[in-house]
Design a protein around this ligand. Structure first.
Ligand SMILES: [Zn+2]
Length: 423
């Protein structure tokens, strides 16, 4: 079912299967003590998992205390229900689905934090496949930082999911955003984003965060240090409402130009693309950021040496944008009222990553303005956008969409849909 060495992620890790997690030799007793407790903690967490799974199976907390297991755990430990739910779910799944992982926890080869991350990644589509890779992931935990480990875990989980045919980039419902109020009244925003939504949020927010940092830097310099430069988290928090406030974004020429940039590392040998953190990028998402005009593509070798700027970094230049504004006026999806400066130039003939392939020139015959919403629609599976020629106006650059249900939708120009005259 799985290839022999299925993932680059864990191929280079030394085989530590039979090496117990070595007790680091610290000299200071405080260091020794805390390190020893960490080992004990993992053992206790494993024991707790077995007990909680048993408590839940026998439903004894309901009999004795009138609570389901998570409610009982939250009430007894005075922790939040969300935390209790995670503890109970992780415990049950460790016992019933991932016994090898539970054993690794028992031997302190992983921590509870690893177990929670693993269970979270193991969605029902891939849980059994991920379980098969437990030995490799436990080995990796011996030599990797937690951050690196979770990234590999996510990469593996994504790949397994895609081998199974699931691609979150093709599943609009996989994008989630929650706004909640915490117990102390503060607002918490939590989002899970995929594909181009993830790239746009990350790149635009990062660009504006950097812009605010430069502004603070100027203030800092001119006041001889009276004004501090906030940390990145605070700057990002200040950037978000700035970006969302449409009163300042619409038609305000004083507004600073944000130049978001997505750096894509493309490996021609493996035909794979990643962001600078090594997260793999879906081709759909790349085509989209390319069209959005803020991609910077580097072709790299296996060792991440930059070969050259790929041809993919050709994007609609200012002149072409002006030409598109003149021709299209705004989003060309019929009925849409988005203004051109809120649109992307979409390449109808997609670029291919091969630098010798002449297809997909960034000529304006291959570009059409699309707002973000209709751009996303266009990239959905089953949708095909193509050029078409009106026999009555053979020189006009026109587009149409084939929808998943077989309908044809004709593009508009300046808000007027261009429909072929009946023959
Ligand atoms: Zn639109």
């Amino acid at each position: 079912m799985l290839r022999e060495r299925p993932f680059d992620y864990i191929g280079d890790v030394a085989d530590t299967t039979n090496t117990p997690n070595p007790e680091p030799a610290f000299n200071d007793p405080a260091l020794q003590q805390v390190a020893a407790w960490a080992t004990e903690q993992a053992q206790r967490d494993a024991a707790r998992a077995r007990l909680i799974a048993d408590i839940n199976r026998r439903q004894i907390s309901e009999r004795e205390a009138g609570h389901k297991t998570p409610g009982w755990y939250a009430a007894t430990t005075h922790t939040s229900l969300a935390h209790a739910n995670t503890v109970v779910t992780t415990s049950i799944r460790l016992v019933h689905e991932f016994p090898a992982l539970l054993e690794a926890l028992e031997h302190a080869r992983i921590t509870w934090q690893h177990a929670e991350a693993f269970v979270r990644a193991a969605n029902p589509r891939i849980a059994h496949l991920l379980a098969e890779l437990t030995p490799e992931l436990v080995d990796l935990a011996q030599v990797a930082t937690f951050r690196r480990w979770t990234r590999e875990l996510r990469g593996i989980a994504n790949q397994l999911d895609q081998d199974g045919g699931y691609n979150p980039n093709n599943d609009p419902a996989a994008n989630r955003l929650y706004i909640g109020t915490l117990d102390d009244g503060t607002t918490e925003i939590r989002a899970t984003l995929h594909g181009e939504l993830a790239l746009i949020v990350k790149s635009v927010l990062t660009a504006h965060t950097d812009h605010l940092r430069r502004r603070y830097q100027t203030d800092h310099d001119t006041t001889n240090g009276d004004i501090d430069i906030p940390d990145t988290a605070q700057l990002a928090a200040e950037a978000l409402p700035d970006l969302l406030d449409t009163r300042t974004t619409a038609d305000n020429t004083d507004r600073p130009v944000i130049e978001p940039e997505v750096v894509v590392l493309y490996n021609p040998d493996t035909d794979t693309a990643t962001d600078t953190d090594g997260n793999s990028l879906d081709p759909t998402a790349i085509r989209w950021v390319l069209a959005a005009g803020f991609i910077r593509l580097f072709e790299i070798t296996e060792d991440r040496d930059v070969l050259r700027m790929g041809k993919l970094n050709r994007y609609a230049n200012t002149h072409q944008r002006k030409a598109l504004l003149v021709r299209d006026g705004g989003c060309i999806f019929p009925g849409c009222t988005r203004h051109a400066n809120r649109c992307d130039a979409h390449h109808v003939d997609h670029h291919t990553p091969d630098p010798n392939d002449p297809s997909g020139p960034t000529d304006i015959e291959n570009l059409g303005l699309l707002c973000r919403h209709h751009h996303r629609i266009t990239h959905r599976p089953g949708w095909l956008m193509e050029r078409w020629t009106d026999p009555n106006s053979p020189t006009a650059i026109l587009f149409r969409w084939r929808t998943p249900t077989g309908r044809t939708i004709y593009s508009q120009r300046h808000g007027v849909t261009w429909i072929p005259k009946a023959a």
